[in-house]
Write a protein that binds this ligand. Structure first.
Ligand SMILES: Cc1cc2nc3c(=O)[nH]c(=O)nc-3n(C[C@H](O)[C@H](O)[C@H](O)COP(=O)(O)OP(=O)(O)OC[C@H]3O[C@@H](n4cnc5c(N)ncnc54)[C@H](O)[C@@H]3O)c2cc1C
Length: 274
């Protein structure tokens, strides 16, 4: 049983009351109940359904009750194996036998039935991985109002504009790092007429060192100004003093630290034997 999945484009422009992340039994059950209560529900799972899952596949009385409230029990019973007794083993191999109504059904089938029920109740199901969750600025501003009113008079808050602050994601920080390294490359070309290159290992190392999210992009500047630029400048000076010139600089990372490759040649004066 494959729950219907709309195309991504169709979803992008819609507004949802609830987005349920994960279409396992818990998420799909919640989506079904929310859908039947009239909410606009998007049910997302990173796997396309039907999908299997490691599980003992046993359904006990509590689960059967939940499936009944979902009116999914007949569909489950139709596919499941029914048992009148189950044995539970303790870690020390003691066995308890329990009589009752038990079913076993592969998760591939169980989860698809429950997800299908959610779709029948109005939820829209789609495949997608949720990588990050960010509240919208309007929602953050509204939820900040109450705590701010406990500290500041309403008259003062009326004269202020609250601007919510979002921490930078790793991707945004990587982009800022590339911009800053690009600026260094421009400066090196402008002042020394040699290329400055860097690779993704260097970018990743800088991002991994930006541990204080509150500092935003400022830490990148600090890392470059206090670590990378002095190392390059030192090499420029040393080469100049020893009669060599740099013809290129390459920045990378190895063993958790920056790795520099300096290409050089004898200075023109030295080559001419002056
Ligand atoms: C070995 C084993 C045996 C078990 N045997 C039994 C048993 O016999 N009977 C029983 O009742 N229980 C059993 N369980 C427990 C049962 O598997 C869990 O209780 C049940 O799966 C929990 O359901 P859920 O909906 O909360 O989460 P899950 O079933 O884990 O579903 C979570 C869903 O979320 C999706 N997801 C996760 N992250 C994201 C993301 N970022 N973006 C999009 N989608 C995402 C996943 O793809 C997954 O489909 C067993 C568990 C194990 C490990």
């Amino acid at each position: 049983m494959r729950p219907p999945t709309p195309a991504g484009d169709e979803l992008r422009h819609r507004t949802w009351d609830v987005v349920v992340v994960g279409a396992g039994p818990a998420g799909a059950t919640a989506a079904a109940h929310l859908g039947s209560a009239g909410h606009r529900v998007l049910l997302l799972d990173r796997h396309g359904f039907p999908r299997d899952k490691v599980c003992g596949d046993g359904l006990i009385a509590d689960t059967l009750g939940a499936l009944e409230r979902l009116t999914a029990l007949p569909a489950v019973r139709a596919r499941a194996r029914t048992l009148a007794r189950t044995s539970i083993y303790s870690a020390s191999r003691h066995r308890i036998e329990i009589d009752g109504d038990f079913l076993t059904l592969r998760r591939r089938d169980l989860d698809a039935i429950v997800a299908h029920r959610a779709v029948e109740q109005g939820a829209v199901m789609a495949t997608g991985t949720v990588a990050d969750v960010q509240p919208d600025a309007e929602g953050v501003t509204k939820s900040l109002r109450e705590p701010l009113l406990q500290k500041f008079p309403a008259a003062l808050l009326g004269r202020l504009v609250v601007i919510p602050y979002y921490p930078l994601s790793d991707e945004m920080i990587s982009n800022i790092v590339r911009l800053q390294l690009g600026r260094i490359a421009d400066r090196v070309v402008e002042h020394h007429r040699i290329p400055f290159e860097y690779d993704e290992a260097a970018v990743k190392l800088i991002v991994s060192r930006c541990t204080e999210v509150e500092s935003g992009g400022r830490m990148i500047d600090t890392i470059l100004t206090n670590t990378v630029l002095p190392a390059i400048s030192r090499e420029f000076l040393t080469r100049t003093m020893t009669g060599l010139v740099l013809t290129g600089v390459r920045l990378s990372a190895a063993n958790g630290d920056f790795a520099y490759a300096f290409e050089g040649a004898p200075a023109e004066a030295e080559m001419l034997g002056l």
